[in-house]
Design a protein around this ligand. Structure first.
Ligand code: ZN
Ligand code: MN
Length: 506
């Protein structure tokens, strides 16, 4: 932080007078993303999730003396790809450092990481709030570096004093640690950042970001800047670990901001009086609780790893990776808004569902020639199905081509919305195509003479409704549409309405 803070003492009455308007929440995030490689960062062991404990290990990732690490080139490529998507400077020269600490899940006694020459330098990510919870903001990124993951301790939770065990399958799995500047000003912004980051990473295919599998983990640094007595003070920085969902992150940061304000009002301690503290988020009790005091980087005694050579990255390699990136979520949203007429909120929902949903939409929109209709159907019918079933779009029973065929019929006036939805439901229930579903429901085209005689009948049988329409009550025609449906469910209501109005000269 460039700002320096003094540590003036304020009396209790002055501290108590501080209101929320005087307080700015300062949030920075550190996100560990597991890169989608088949093998680990420095050995050939599989990274597949869910194997029996300690079946995916070797001399290298368990830190046996004499074993030597070999860099996984794919991990480097995925890191560069991520850096480019996050507007980072890509290092032409990057190297490896040992981060020394002692913990049972770290068999070598050090983690291979990157200290002073990270693969990705400064970058940024823009966040917006579709519902206006905050002003659009650019969150700057400090760096993103590659490192290996640690193993997993498995403690006996039976309370019967069993031994703790260790699973080293995860040891050596490639992680990209993305570090932001303290640029977020509310828990909602932090959540929006995490959501957009995850979306970008999945769109460019560098990670599945599966949080249940630990493939995306986030820690948050939070403190408060408080305007008081004409000065600005900062509260001690707290790092929150173990925020295991974006919702948990938002709540943990909000809780912590509130806790810090309360604590400062009690004891008046500022950043100058207290070291950085690490706290964990307890999801069950919805509170943060103290953990160890945070190590400073000096405590890790970083030094260059003598077993690994530095990496130089060629301009040509960066250029070729750049070509693989494709459209990013923000660019997709812009395209959907500008070229397909979607409202910003709807474009956000669609893009938020992932690249496959956007592709599905594009096929349907282009095929039926009506983006608005396609966005309504994909945005409502398809997404509702996916939300209710918890399935991905590739499990949706109706292909984009079949959806196109259905909407083409709606667009051409052969089916009205209500009947089309019945057809869609039949297609899903019976796993059949459009025409077969229409046949099954007895839907067939109604020619103009049939429509005319139907309308004649409706006019003759409902003189009072016709009088109401003639008297200027246009809505009264709705009663006739209902009757029309009963007489001939295949007759297009829009066409029936237009024909009636024309026949009575209204
Ligand atoms: Zn290994
Ligand atoms: Mn790390």
């Amino acid at each position: 932080m460039s700002e320096t803070f003094t540590s003036p003492q304020f009396d209790q009455a002055t501290r108590d007078a501080v209101s929320n308007d005087d307080v700015t929440v300062i949030i920075g995030l550190e996100v560990h993303v597991q890169l989608d490689t088949e093998s680990k960062l420095f050995c050939g062991c599989s990274t597949e999730f869910g194997a029996p404990p300690n079946t995916q290990t070797c001399a290298v990732c368990t830190g046996m003396p004499g074993s030597l690490p070999v860099i996984n080139e794919r991990a480097l490529q995925l890191s560069i790809k991520t850096g480019l998507a996050l507007n980072c400077e890509i290092a032409r020269y990057t190297k490896w450092d040992r981060k020394n600490y002692f913990y049972p899940d770290l068999p070598k006694g050090y983690q291979i990481s990157q200290f002073d020459k990270p693969i990705c330098g400064q970058g940024y990510l823009d966040i917006t709030a579709p519902k206006g919870e905050f002003e659009p903001r650019r969150v700057e990124l400090e760096r993103a570096h590659l490192e290996e993951d640690a193993g997993k301790s498995m403690h006996d939770e039976s309370q019967r004093g069993g031994n703790s065990k260790i699973d080293l399958n995860r040891t050596g799995t490639p992680l990209l640690e993305i570090v932001t500047k303290p640029d977020m000003r509310s828990p909602a912004e932090a959540r929006a950042f995490l959501t957009e980051l995850k979306l970008i990473l999945t769109y460019i295919g560098v990670s599945d970001c599966n949080m249940q599998h630990g493939n995306l983990r986030c820690d948050g640094n939070v403190n408060l800047h408080i305007k008081v007595g004409g000065e600005k003070i900062a509260t001690p920085i707290v790092e929150i670990k173990n925020m295991n969902s974006f919702r948990a992150a938002e709540r943990a940061l909000g809780y912590e901001a509130g806790r810090q304000l309360k604590l400062w009002k009690q004891n008046g301690k500022t950043i100058a009086d207290a070291p950085k503290q690490t706290r964990g988020w307890n999801d069950a009790d919805q509170v943060t609780t103290p953990q160890r005091e945070k190590e400073e980087s000096a405590d890790y005694r970083y030094f260059p790893d003598p077993d690994l050579i530095a990496v130089t990255i060629e301009e040509s390699e960066i250029e070729s990776i750049k070509k693989e990136i494709g459209r990013l979520p923000a660019q997709w949203r812009e395209l959907l808004i500008k070229e397909h007429g979607l409202k910003p909120y709807d474009a956000g929902v669609m893009v938020g569902q992932g690249a496959e949903v956007v592709e599905y939409f594009l096929v349907v929109a282009q095929g039926c020639g009506n983006s608005k209709m396609a966005s309504n159907w994909v945005g409502q019918e398809v997404l509702r199905f996916l939300n209710e079933s918890g399935e991905a779009i590739d499990a949706y029973p109706v292909s984009a081509d079949q959806m196109t065929e259905l909407l083409t019929k709606v667009n051409a006036g052969e089916l009205d919305q209500t009947r089309a939805k019945e057809v869609l439901q039949e297609m899903i229930d019976s796993k059949i195509e459009v025409q077969a579903a229409m046949d099954k429901l007895g839907i067939k085209a109604v020619d103009n003479s049939e429509i005319e005689s139907l309308c004649r009948q409706l006019i003759d049988e409902n003189p009072d409704v016709i009088q109401q329409i003639k008297d200027g009550n246009g809505k009264a025609v709705g009663a006739l549409i209902g009757k029309s449906r009963k007489l001939n469910p295949n007759a297009n209501p829009g066409l029936v309405k237009d024909t009636i109005l024309k026949m009575i000269g209204a």
